[in-house]
Design a binder for this molecule. Structure first.
Ligand SMILES: Cc1cc2nc3c(=O)[nH]c(=O)nc-3n(C[C@H](O)[C@H](O)[C@H](O)COP(=O)(O)OP(=O)(O)OC[C@H]3O[C@@H](n4cnc5c(N)ncnc54)[C@H](O)[C@@H]3O)c2cc1C
Length: 569
């Protein structure tokens, strides 16, 4: 075999999994090359909220919300049962060490918000805080010209031509006059953004997934880790007993690169790939994806061609968002509207079918579960004028002007009518039932108890509601005409089906034996959560931890052979 180049570790994909792996490999003294098929880093990670679900961290202790690994173990046993236990234990064991390692040696830093509940917050062992960690904001200016290499967030999640808004910023920007503190904070945000826009195409105050990607990228650049852009995995090169390297496509040229220690696949799973969706999501009415189009199954397919086994034994093959569609935008309804008081979701029969304030994934599970009996794809989010004023719905911002509302109506995104029956007629659902459903909901809103679906009944529900709304932060009567509707469809945020691995992210073959020299992390690796969405950050958390574990495995083999100095040693 002729090799054009040789490295210790060859990593494919510059999202959470791949950037973390390349960073740790460099810190462990290995000669690493990170190949990214586009001209930007970030993948789906850059458009995410950036939350990582990692139990028992020292960051949680430091921030005053300690969490226990034993509780997390109990919680996972209740949620998932006896499945993927080897990988699960490996995740729990290495999570805190992986976070501490990045915290000590890189700019990749997290904090534990005072409240960020698990999604089934009535289960034993659940955490209300301390398990879901957020990346610290990052100043994109530190990247210099490399700032343009960071894939931007979803356009509809930014305001004023490119200003990122974190969850904590929303109340400040919505009500700047609420207090002197709010006014000063809002003025600072706006001034910073105005200054940024004189020099940059978008705001440089980065939060959430964009901050995480920028922190990883900045740390890689600081260590001079080589990154090849526009360099894609074409196929893996397998010798008699191990993966030896890969063929990499750079423009219309091909290079063979030998990976002395191993190849790490981190190409982001296959959520937007129609063919693979057809194979693993047969019969499911899920036609849309919020994942980055470039995360199209390249690593997954290359590994299968090299003999890797697929792990498809999951409760759901993917994790979901309910999304509304506007032109090219697939807008995920994550937390800003569904849980707020004064909104219900109904099916074609004009009936509710779900607790609207449950997690986005559980919401879609209910859509898919009930769709055969009564069409709930699409489902309809219904609210009144006061709801739009206070909370907004989907792409329509809180306090939207009449002109903005009319624009969305003209585009067919928002539907509007003076009465509920008229609205039902416009969107083609049962009008009599809708009127009855709203009446029943309004009765629940008065008592504060949703007798049908329990909206606002858990700590997680209430977390995303409006604490000022009494007695239930998620329930308020729908009474003020005109009435509005937005259609939502199931969409994938990421895949759960992935390559079968062991607890060190080593890819397994059909007989369950590790393929030497081949690792898979991020969404290329099958999810340890088995299609059950237990809390915020359950794809990025494992992506971080298994990138760390994969490199530690590979590095310990390497140093045993060549005696290199390792930071972790
Ligand atoms: C709106 C939104 C919010 C989300 N919020 C969260 C959250 O808060 N917490 C959480 O845990 N999850 C969240 N997710 C899901 C999460 O973002 C993804 O699961 C995660 O980013 C996947 O990380 P990854 O490293 O596997 O892949 P990605 O981040 O998608 O990176 C994959 C990279 O591989 C590159 N690539 C693809 N093919 C090749 C090839 N052949 N050669 C070289 N490179 C290649 C791609 O271009 C891409 O840059 C969210 C998703 C969305 C859409």
């Amino acid at each position: 075999m002729h090799w054009d180049r040789e490295v210790d570790v060859l990593v494919f994909g510059a999202g959470m999994g791949g950037m973390t792996a390349a960073l740790v490999a460099s810190l462990e003294g290995l000669d690493v090359l990170l190949c990214e098929k586009t001209d930007q880093v970030g993948g789906t990670t850059s458009t995410s909220a950036g939350t990582v679900w990692i139990p028992g961290s020292s960051q949680a202790v430091r921030d005053g919300v300690p969490d226990s690994i034993d509780d997390a173990r109990r919680f996972l046993a209740a949620e998932i049962g006896p499945r993927a236990e080897v990988v699960r234990e490996a995740f729990l064991a290495a999570g805190p060490a992986a976070l501490d390692y990045l915290d000590a040696h890189t700019e990749v830093k997290f904090r534990a918000p005072p409240k960020h509940p698990d999604y089934h917050s009535n289960r034993p062992g659940r955490a209300l805080a301390g398990r879901a960690l957020s990346p610290l904001p990052f100043d994109g200016r530190l990247l210099g010209t490399d700032f343009d290499r960071v894939r931007p967030p979803i356009a509809s999640f930014m305001v004023l031509g490119g200003m990122m808004v974190g969850k904590d910023d929303i109340p400040i920007l919505l009500k700047p006059l609420a207090s002197v503190g709010s006014f000063v904070a809002a003025a600072k945000l706006l001034l910073r953004h105005a200054t940024d826009r004189l020099r940059y195409r978008r705001g440089t105050r980065l939060v959430m997934g964009n901050a995480l990607v920028a922190r990883l990228f900045y740390s890689l650049r600081t260590r001079n880790v080589p990154i090849a852009f526009d360099a894609r995995l074409v196929e893996l090169v397998k010798g008699s007993d191990r993966v030896e390297g890969a063929v990499v496509g750079i423009g219309d040229k091909r290079q063979t690169i030998r990976a002395r220690r191993g190849v790490i696949l981190a190409t982001g799973g296959f959520a937007p790939n129609d063919k693979l969706r057809g194979e693993f999501m047969t019969g499911l009415p899920v036609a849309h994806s919020n994942a980055f189009a470039g995360a199209s199954g390249d690593g997954f397919s290359a590994a299968r061609a090299a003999g890797a086994a697929v792990d498809d034994k999951h409760t759901n093959p993917a994790f979901y968002f309910p999304s509304s569609l506007h032109k090219e935008t697939v807008y995920p309804h994550i937390l800003l509207d569904r849980a707020k008081p004064g909104l219900i979701a109904v099916n074609k029969d004009g009936r509710r079918f779900v607790n609207e304030s449950d997690s986005y994934h559980d919401f879609v599970e209910a859509m898919l579960r009930t769709n055969a009996a009564s069409q709930s794809v699409p489902a309809w989010l219904i609210c009144d004028r006061s709801f739009i004023r206070d909370y907004g719905i989907g792409l329509v911002h809180p306090g939207a002007s009449r002109r903005e509302i009319e624009r969305y109506i003209a585009d067919g995104y928002l539907h509007c009518a003076g009465t509920q029956s008229e609205l039902a007629q416009r969107i083609g659902i049962d009008g009599k039932n809708l009127v009855r459903t709203v009446q029943e909901h309004n009765r629940f809103a008065e008592t504060g108890v949703d007798e049908a679906f329990g909206k606002g009944g858990t700590e997680y529900n209430q977390f995303n509601g409006d604490p000022a709304n009494k007695p239930n932060p998620c329930l308020r009567p729908i009474t003020e005409p005109p009435f509005f509707a937005v259609a939502v469809y199931p969409s994938t945020m990421g895949t759960c089906v992935g390559l079968s691995t062991d607890g060190d992210a080593r890819v397994l073959d059909e007989t369950g034996v590790a393929i030497e020299g081949l690792y898979a992390v991020g969404n290329d690796m099958a999810s340890l959560f088995r299609g059950v969405y237990v809390g915020p950050g359950i794809t990025l958390g494992p992506a971080l931890v298994f990138a760390y574990r994969a490199v530690m495995h590979l590095a310990s083999n390497a140093s045993a052979r060549d005696g290199r100095k390792r930071i972790s040693a």
